[in-house]
Every structure is written in C-alpha cells, then in structure tokens.
Design a protein around this ligand. Structure first.
Ligand code: ATP
Length: 748
C-alpha cells in the first residue's frame, strides 16, 4: 500500500519512516485484536496491510475458523455492518473491517466497468497494483463475504454513482455519491452555475473563478469573442506599461555597459513598428467598457455604431499579436505610458480578474466532461481558439467544451508552476453541511514556468501528465522528482519568503469561501438524500498575491498512493471521512481527524401538514377577471373554516391530463391599488403534486422574498414562474413565499 518514493528529501524520508511505522502499528493492532478475538471479547478483522504471515489462509479454515466467521457475520448482520466497495479503495476496506464491518463483494461486472469508464472524476488514475493486492485471496474474508451475500448492504463506497441501483435504496443505506452533482463537478456545469451566485451571496464569482465560456452555445461564443477582444486591449495597455518599466531598468543596465542588453536592443530594432493608434484604440475600448459598467451606454440608440467594425477588430488584433506575441515595437509608446497606467488603475477597481491577466491573452480550452488533463490545450490567438474547437471532430459531438481565461501570472515556487488539490466533504445538501480538510497537497509541473511555450508539460500540473515527464535540469532541486509537496512543505517555503501568514489569512479562507459559494449555486440542482455523503477534490491555483482561484471540482478524486505525499494524505482523508460519516453518527463528539465543519445552513423546518397541499393567499390584481388559475377549485365546504372566505373566486378547472391535480385553495381579494401581493404557503415539500401548480397571471413579478433560484422572474408571465416554484419547492421548503405582482397595462 505504501510505495517507495523515487527521490525523497529529508522530509519525505521522515514521512516514509512514519508511514512504515503506521503500517506496522496497524498490523500490531490487528494482531492484538485477533488475540482479543480468541477470547471473544472484541471483534475486529485483519486489514489488507497485514503481513501475509498473519493472514488467515485456506488451511486455517478449520472448523473453529468457520465457527468464528459465522459468529462475526452474525454480529455484523445484527449491527447492520455490511458494506460493499467498487473501485480500488483498500484503505476504506481496511478501515471498515477494523470497525467490524463485513464486505459483500460487488458483482464482477460492476468492478470491471470502473476500468473502462472515462468520466469526469480522476479516480481512474488509481494504480492497478493496489487492485492486484486486493485480489490476493483472504480466505476468512471471502468466507464471510459469501455468508453475507444475501444480506442488505448498509454502506456503499463506489467511484461512480451508477455502480449501484439508487432507485431501490432503503432509507438506512449509506452511499457516497449524491445525484446530479455534475452541476458543479463538470467544467461546463461549474462554468454555468457559478453565474447564479448573485442569488445566494453578494460575492462575485469573477473574484475566485477565472471567467469561462461554453463555446458551443452561440451567445456564449459571442460573449467570449467580446471578452477576448477587450482583454487584448487591456493586455496591450499592460504591455506598454511593462515595456516602459523594462526600458527604465535596461537604461540602468546600459549605464553599466551591459553588452547583452545592447545586443537585444539591436535585435529589437529589426522588429516591425506598430502605429500608435493601436494604443489609442485600446484606450477607447477600455473607456467605453468602463462606461458600460456604469450603464453609461444605456441611452445610446441601437443604431449607434460600435467602437470597431469587424474589419477594424481584425486589424487591431493583428497589431496586438505583433506586439504581444511577436515583440514588435509601438510607435511613440512612451507617450502613452501615463494614460495606460491611469486606465489600468480605473479598470482594476471594477475587474477583479485584471491581476491574473498578463500581456499575452492566453486562454485554456477544456473538453467539458473529461479529467486528468485529457484534451486540454492553451492558445493565445482568437482565430486559433475558434478554429481549434470548430475543427475538432469531437467538438461537434461534445457540446461541452469550455474556454477559460488562463492565469498568466501564477504564484511560482522556484519559478515552477503548481496547483493545489484540496478535499472537502458534503454530508448533507439540505441543510447544506460542508467539511473542509485541513491538509492539502501541491502538484508541480516538471518544467520551469514560461509563456514562450504553451506546451502542456509546462502549463498543466496534473499528475497524470507530469508523471510521464522527466523533470527539467533547470528545475530547482527542492522540488522532488515525484512533483508533489505537502501543504506543510509549502508553508515552510512561504515562511522562507516572509509570507507564512498569508496561508492562514489569504489562501485557506479563500479556498473555503470558493467551495461554499460553488456549492450554494448547485444546491437547488442536487438530489438531496439523507445517509448520503460525497468527498470532492477541488483544484486551485494561486495568483502572484496568493489569492486562490478555483479551477475545478472533482467527484471521486483520486485516492491512488502514487507518491509518498498522496500515500500519506489519501490514506488519512479516507480514514477521516469514515470518522465523520460513521463514527460521528453514533457519537457526536467523535474525532473527525483533519475534517473541520465549515458550513452548516440553518435547518429549514418542514411546515406542518394539515391536509392542504397549497394555499394561495393574497390580494388579487385589479381587474381580477383576468386572473386565471389552472388549478381545480375546492368547494367551500372542503376548506378548513379558517380559510373560508367570501372573496374566494372559484375558476373553471383545467382539463386533467394524466394525473389528478392537487387540491388548492385560492383566496383572492379585490384591491384598489395597482400593485398586488400573494403569499403562498407550501405544504410538505416532498408532496409531488406541488409540481403541478400553475398560474397564469398577466403580471410581471417584481420581487420575491425568501426565494432562491428565481432567475426567470423578470419574465412577463407567471407561467414561467410556476416552473421556478416547482424547482424551488423540491429543495427548499419555506413556510411562506411572498410575491409582489405588478399590474400590467390594460389590454385593448
Ligand atoms: N484557468 C487556468 N489557468 C491556469 N492554469 C490552469 C487553468 N485551468 C487549468 N489549469 C491547469 O491545467 C490543469 C488541468 O486543468 P483541470 O483541472 O481543469 O483539468 P482536468 O483534466 O479536469 O484535471 P484533473 O482531472 O486533474 O482535475 C490544472 O491542474 C492547472 O494546472
């Protein structure tokens, strides 16, 4: 289970020693528990890390072993301790067995399917060696597995949700995947969902998630092109400012008769000159963008010509490429330095991502639902980006490609790029309950960071890519050959730079906030189920000021002990997950290891069910004859006395389609004002008939209190709104929902 490292520095050696010790300790613990087992005092079973000599072999299966197996099975069945695992998770298996659980083997096909699968998690990176070890027969466990083959499984750990049939799950069965998590565990899902953040939090997703577009959607493609062009403008301004600083520095060098500099200068003079209008155009576009953010463009008529025509944009981008990628010079660029600086300062206040943009306008193009760096490419020219996705044959089929702004100025360790793998655990979606792992690890690139090449070996830090590459000779020797660091090693590095405090004040809080915000935006879409939990692996990058940027969230993050770093941390995170989801169920004060509860929503009370499905109360819009309700009316006598009201106006029921519509009381009162309000009191949120509620109100909904996902509320007719109510009720039962209607203009 614990593999040796290719190169281990002092720290790693220490880690391995402690790991080795851990393994021996756990073997000793198992021997002890086996000894206890003989006395019949404690039930605990050997785990796969036990040396073969103490494993129970076939010859050991004498009548007394069989008797022992039977009694253990009997006890496990009585205590509902039967588990099943799909995928290479020896740590989970060992930890469950140590708790007295007995495994029911999953059918062979389910186990095999995992290997051929290529979904959006990165679990397939897991080493086959572990799987081989798993196959090593352990006769006593095999016997017990056979004995429990017809028992109900109480704990499933799989690396894919569809490995088990979730429809037939009993309430008390625990599973490690929620349904519909793709809304934030796929690149396209995260890209789309984070835009809804304003409904849940005042935070701006642009402050922690690099802007991202789904290229297959026409409007998104258009938005991307606009973004690309605007970024070319800001990048040009940055270039002018940085160039000036560079020249100033070179002048200092020149004073010291730096020959190297002179050589470079002469080379530079051979480069083409780009007209200074390129900079004035960029400044103009930026100015207009600033005005549009302040809605200064709102009164412009649609006929007002755009800043640049398509052809002018092409001309501008060509000049920009010559400067930023070809290192051409800009005519009299020195004259624009102060205006470029001033414009960038203004933009900084309103564009939270200006800091991660460099001068090159690089974007990273990712297939929507793949993992381990497959199909990812960095590009810097607009035409190349668009051509890449449109020419790729998979693009036509795969409508989920996303293009994301590349973080051009990451925080580097000894000039090497890295990203951070951070785990978190969700144990409930309603109320949302999130556990953050206190430990994480860094994954380095094998090559020194440079924007002169856009090769994956430099820019993608996935272990599945980097493990095949030989580390560059230029890379600093502090970075180990296995390309990983524990968070503690990074903290030590920060300390050496005088930045130690930033880990606790900037990096960790930033990662926690990003995780919570990503989950909040997905909450309404996830199928919540009690006795379900899910461990996720979020990837972050740090910018030059150590601010974390969320790159993606993986369901079923890899647990492969591929290096000494992952061997240590993946083992720990799996054991701690079981502490949270199993030990804490029976003892609220149980040790949760390195998991820290960081978010728990206030519990949402389920309204008392009083036999009524839905109550609509409120003040009808003026001219209530136009109020049409498609719900079947209740006869007055059917109403509870408190709800009977002379003003109730019963409408013709809508023709029934396939199933009976819910009972609804509609209570409306005439009102003299043109505004109107209605309060809806939902019944049990699980009541399926809620989804049939439909209102046809010729009104515009102005505001909704207590709501969550009301994206479409500005739409004119409330038919759209019933769809929203439908979604909302499923996940967030509220006692009251107040909707303010606006009286529309009278129809002719
Ligand atoms: N916007 C970005 N800016 C800079 N680097 C990025 C960006 N997005 C991704 N990367 C780099 O590319 C790598 C792969 O990206 P990403 O995690 O999105 O892909 P993946 O194939 O799902 O990887 P995994 O399965 O390991 O999570 C990241 O680990 C990171 O090093």
């Amino acid at each position: 289970m614990f593999q040796s490292c290719e190169t281990v520095g002092t720290n790693e050696t220490h880690d391995m020693v402690s790991l080795g010790k851990k393994a021996t300790d756990s073997a000793k613990a198992v021997i002890l528990s086996l000894e206890k087992l003989q006395d019949g005092r404690e039930y605990s079973l050997p785990c796969p890390c036990i040396p073969p000599e103490i494993r129970v072999g076939l010859s050991d299966l004498n009548p007394s072993s069989v008797k022992l197996a039977k009694s253990l099975v009997e006890k496990a069945v009585k205590m509902h301790k039967i588990f099943a695992i799909q995928g290479p998770y020896p740590v989970i298996r060992a930890a469950l067995r140590a708790r007295g659980w007995i495994e029911q083997r999953m059918p062979q096909q389910v186990q095999q399917r995992q290997n051929s699968d290529s979904r959006s998690n990165d679990a397939e990176e897991d080493n086959s060696e572990e799987t081989e070890k798993e196959k090593e027969p352990d006769r006593l466990h095999s016997l017990m597995s056979r004995l429990v083959r017809n028992e109900m499984v109480y704990f499933y750990w799989t690396n894919r949700r569809d490995a088990i049939c979730t429809n037939s799950l009993q309430k008390e069965q625990i599973v490690n995947h929620f349904a519909k998590a793709g809304s934030f565990t796929t690149k396209a899902g995260l890209c789309v969902n984070l835009r809804k953040l304003h409904w849940f939090d005042s935070a701006d997703p642009d402050s922690f998630f690099p802007r991202c577009y789904k290229l297959a959607a026409r409007d998104e493609k258009h938005a991307f092109i606009e973004d690309y062009r605007r970024t070319a403008c800001t990048s040009l301004l940055k270039y002018v400012v940085e160039k000036d600083q560079h020249i100033q520095w070179n002048e200092i060098c020149q004073n010291f008769q730096d020959v190297q500099w002179q050589k470079k200068q002469s080379k530079l003079h051979c480069k083409p000159l780009v007209p200074s209008e390129t900079v004035t155009t960029a400044l103009k576009v930026c100015q207009e963008y600033l005005e549009s953010l302040e809605h200064g463009d709102i009164d412009k008529s649609l006929e007002t010509p755009q800043t640049l025509t398509q052809e002018q944009w092409e001309g501008f981008l060509n000049s920009y490429y010559l400067v930023a990628h070809g290192r051409a010079q800009i005519e009299r660029s020195g004259n624009f330095v102060s205006s470029c600086k001033a414009m960038l300062q203004k933009l900084e206040k309103v564009c939270p991502q200006l800091g991660i943009d460099g001068t090159q306008n690089i974007w990273i193009i990712k297939p929507g639902a793949k993992s381990r760096g497959r199909g990812i490419k960095c590009e810097k020219r607009l035409d190349q980006i668009l051509r890449l996705v449109s020419m790729d044959s998979t693009f036509i089929k795969e409508s989920k490609w996303v293009v994301q702004k590349y973080i051009e100025k990451p925080f580097l360790v000894h000039d090497t790029k890295f990203d951070v793998r951070q785990w978190f655990l969700v144990t409930d979606w309603n109320p949302l309950t999130v556990w953050f792992y206190k430990k994480c690890y860094l994954r380095f690139s094998t090559q020194p960071y440079s924007l002169d090449t856009l090769d994956s070996s430099v820019h993608l830090c996935n272990n599945s890519i980097q493990k095949h590459l030989r580390p560059s000779h230029q890379r600093h020797r502090c970075i180990p050959a296995h390309n990983m660091w524990l968070d503690d090693q990074f903290k030590a590095f920060l300390a050496s730079q005088g930045k130690e405090a930033l880990w606790e004040t900037v990096v960790v809080p930033g990662m926690k906030t990003a995780v919570i915000q990503a989950l909040l935006t997905a909450q309404d879409l996830i199928e919540s189920r009690k006795n379900t939990f899910e461990l996720y692996g979020a990837d972050f990058m740090l910018d030059f000021s150590l601010h974390p940027w969320l790159i993606e969230i993986n369901a079923s993050p890899t647990m492969a002990p591929s290096t000494c770093v992952t061997a240590q941390l993946c083992t720990a995170v799996q054991e701690d997950t079981l502490r949270v989801v199993l030990d804490r169920r029976v003892d609220r004060s149980a040790n949760t290891g390195d998991f820290q509860l960081i978010y728990r929503q206030a519990a949402v009370g389920v309204p008392l069910y009083i036999g009524i499905n839905l109550v609509v109360e409120g003040i009808a819009v003026k001219h209530s004859r136009r109020f049409q309700c498609l719900l079947p009316p209740l006869k007055s006598s059917q109403l509870p006395s408190s709800k009977r009201c002379g003003a109730v106006k019963e409408k013709e029921p809508a023709p029934e389609k396939d199933k009976p519509l819910p009972k609804v009381i509609q209570k409306a009162q005439e009102n003299k004002t043109s505004n109107s309000e209605a309060t809806l009191s939902p019944a049990l949120p699980s009541e399926p008939s809620i989804s049939r509620v439909a209102f046809h109100l010729p009104v515009t909904v102005l505001s909704v209190d207590g709501g969550s996902n009301f994206e479409h509320l500005s739409k004119k007719h409330a038919e759209v709104q019933y769809h929203i109510l439908d979604m909302w009720w499923q996940y967030q039962p509220l006692e009251k929902l107040k909707i303010t209607f606006f009286q529309p203009e009278e129809e002719e």
